[in-house]
Design a binder for this molecule. Structure first.
Ligand SMILES: *Cc1c(COP(=O)(O)O)cnc(C)c1O
Length: 422
C-alpha cells in the first residue's frame, strides 16, 4: 500500500518527509477516524491540491488582478465561485479565505470596528474560539458577549440569546460552532438579529456538507453572511469560503482582500472547485444523509451502553459525550482510544467542572467513516470497541488496547480510502 498520487520525486528528494507522509496515509487507513472536523478527500481533490497552481500569485479578484498571467487562474476561481453559489443558492461567494478562522476574522473586519460588541456562543458550550473567546484575537480586539446552552436540554438557550442581544446590542451575532450535536435554528437567530439590527453570521464550518446535501436546514435567507471551512463535512481541501447576500458582498470581498490577506492559494481554490463539483452530484446528498444515519446509529448504540450524550443524541454528524459517569475522563479516554485504533478528541462539555486541557468529554463525528463506507449496521460494533477501550483504560489494561487495534485493522480491510492503495 502506498500514497496516491505516488510520491516518487518526493521519496528521491526528501525520503524522510516521504516516509512520514506514507506513514500518515497508513495511519489514516488503519484507524476508525471519528474526529468530527476531519474527512477523507477524494483522489481528484488530492490531485488538484498538488499542482503547479501553487506557483502562481493572484492578488485581487478575477478580471481585477494585480499581477499578470491570470489566464487560467481566473476561470478556476470563477468556477469555484459559480459552483458555490449554485450549490448553496447564494448571491455571492468568496473562496479565498485561507481557512475557517481567517474567514471569521474577515467577517469582523467587514462589519465591526475594534471594541464593538459581538455576541457568540461560549467555547465550552460548543462555540468556536473565533466567536469571541478570550484567548482569540476576536475576544481581545472586540467586546465579546456569550450565550450558551440550557443545562437540562443541552440546547441553545434562546431566552438568553434574546436577552443578551437586547441588553448589549451587538454589531455581529455568530451562530454555529464546533461541538453542537443539534440542528441550528437559523430563523430564530435571524429574528433576534433583526430585532437588534445586528449582522447574523452563520458559521457552518462543521455542517456545510450536510447543508449542501440537504441533511441540515440552510442558513440562506436567514443569515446575511455565512462562513464555512471547506474541509469538514464538505469534504474539500483545507480552506474556507464566505457566502453572502448581495448587500454584504462588497464588504466581504474588501475584508478578505486587501483587508486581511495577500494572494489566494490557487491550488486550494482549484481543489475547492473540484470538491464543490462533487458536492453538486446526487451521490453527495446521499452521502450527507448517510453521515447523519451513521451518527444516529452510533449515538443509539452508545446510549444503550450507558453513555451520557450531551442533549441526549444527535441531529447531525456529531456526538458529544460526557464521561463523568465513567471511570475515566476525556483526555485519558481519548488517548487510550487512539492507541486502540479509534481516533477522536477530548472536549469540554457544557458546565464542565474540569479544565479545557483535561475536560470531562469526548467528541465524535461520522463524516470520515461514512466516506469510507461504514453503515449504520456497523455502529454497534464501533460502540462496543469504544466501550471496551474506556473500560480497559480505567483498568489500565494496555494489552486490551492492542487487541482492539488489531481487530479494527482487520475490520477496516474491506473499506478502502482515497489517497492510499496498492
Ligand atoms: C473548524 C472551525 C473553524 C476554524 O477553521 P480552521 O480552518 O481550523 O481555522 C471556525 N469555526 C468553526 C465553527 C469551526 O468548526
Amino acid at each position: 500500500m502506498t500514497h496516491q498520487p505516488a510520491l516518487s520525486a518526493l521519496a528521491a528528494t526528501d525520503p524522510r518527509i516521504a516516509e512520514l507522509v506514507e506513514d500518515e496515509a497508513q495511519r489514516q487507513h488503519d484507524k476508525i477516524r471519528l474526529i468530527a472536523s476531519e474527512n477523507y478527500v477524494s483522489q481528484a481533490v488530492l490531485e488538484a491540491t498538488g499542482t503547479v497552481l501553487t506557483n502562481k500569485y493572484s492578488e485581487g479578484y478575477a478580471g481585477r488582478r494585480y499581477y499578470e498571467g491570470q489566464q487560467f487562474v481566473d476561470p478556476i476561481e470563477t468556477l469555484a465561485i459559480e459552483r458555490a453559489k449554485a450549490l448553496f443558492g447564494v448571491d455571492h461567494a468568496n473562496v479565498q479565505p485561507y481557512s475557517g478562522s481567517p474567514a471569521n476574522l474577515a467577517a469582523y473586519l467587514a462589519f465591526a470596528q475594534p471594541g464593538d460588541t459581538v455576541l457568540g456562543m461560549a467555547l465550552p458550550d460548543g462555540g468556536h474560539l473565533t466567536h469571541g473567546w478570550s484567548v482569540s484575537a476576536t475576544g481581545k480586539w472586540f467586546n465579546p458577549v456569550r450565550y450558551g446552552v440550557r443545562k437540562e436540554t443541552g440546547r441553545v438557550d434562546f431566552d438568553q440569546v434574546r436577552d443578551l442581544a437586547r441588553q448589549h446590542r451587538p454589531k455581529l451575532i455568530f451562530c454555529g460552532g464546533t461541538a453542537i450535536p443539534r440542528t441550528i435554528d437559523f430563523p430564530k437567530f435571524a429574528e433576534i438579529a433583526r430585532e437588534v439590527d445586528a449582522v447574523l453570521v452563520a458559521d457552518i464550518a462543521h455542517i456545510a456538507g450536510l447543508v449542501a446535501g440537504g441533511a441540515h436546514p440552510s442558513p440562506v435567507g436567514h443569515a446575511q453572511v455565512i462562513t464555512t471551512t471547506t474541509h469538514k463535512t464538505l469534504r474539500g481541501p483545507r480552506g474556507a469560503m464566505i457566502l453572502s447576500d448581495a448587500d454584504h458582498a462588497k464588504a466581504v470581498d474588501k475584508a478578505v482582500f486587501p483587508g486581511l490577506q495577500g494572494g489566494p492559494h490557487n491550488h486550494t481554490t482549484a481543489a475547492i472547485a473540484v470538491a464543490l463539483g462533487e458536492a453538486q452530484q446526487p451521490s453527495f446528498a446521499e452521502y450527507a444523509h448517510a453521515i447523519v444515519a451513521n451518527a444516529k446509529a452510533l449515538a443509539d448504540a452508545l446510549v444503550e451502553r450507558g453513555y451520557d450524550l450531551v442533549s441526549g443524541g444527535t441531529d447531525n454528524h456529531l456526538l458529544l459525550i460526557d464521561l463523568t459517569n465513567k471511570a475515566v475522563p476525556g483526555k485519558p479516554a481519548a488517548q487510550a482510544l487512539d492507541r486502540a485504533g479509534i481516533e477522536l478528541n477530548y472536549n469540554t462539555v457544557p458546565f464542565d467542572p474540569r479544565k479545557p486541557f483535561d475536560p470531562s468529554g469526548i467528541r465524535l463525528g461520522a463524516s470520515a467513516i461514512t466516506t469510507r463506507g461504514l453503515r449504520p449496521e456497523h455502529q454497534p460494533q464501533v460502540a462496543e470497541w469504544i466501550d471496551r477501550t474506556v473500560t480497559a483504560a480505567a483498568a489500565q489494561d494496555e494489552a486490551a488496547l492492542g487487541t482492539i487495534a488489531a481487530e479494527i485493522r482487520e475490520f477496516l480491510t474491506p473499506f478502502p480510502i482515497p489517497g492510499y492503495s496498492a
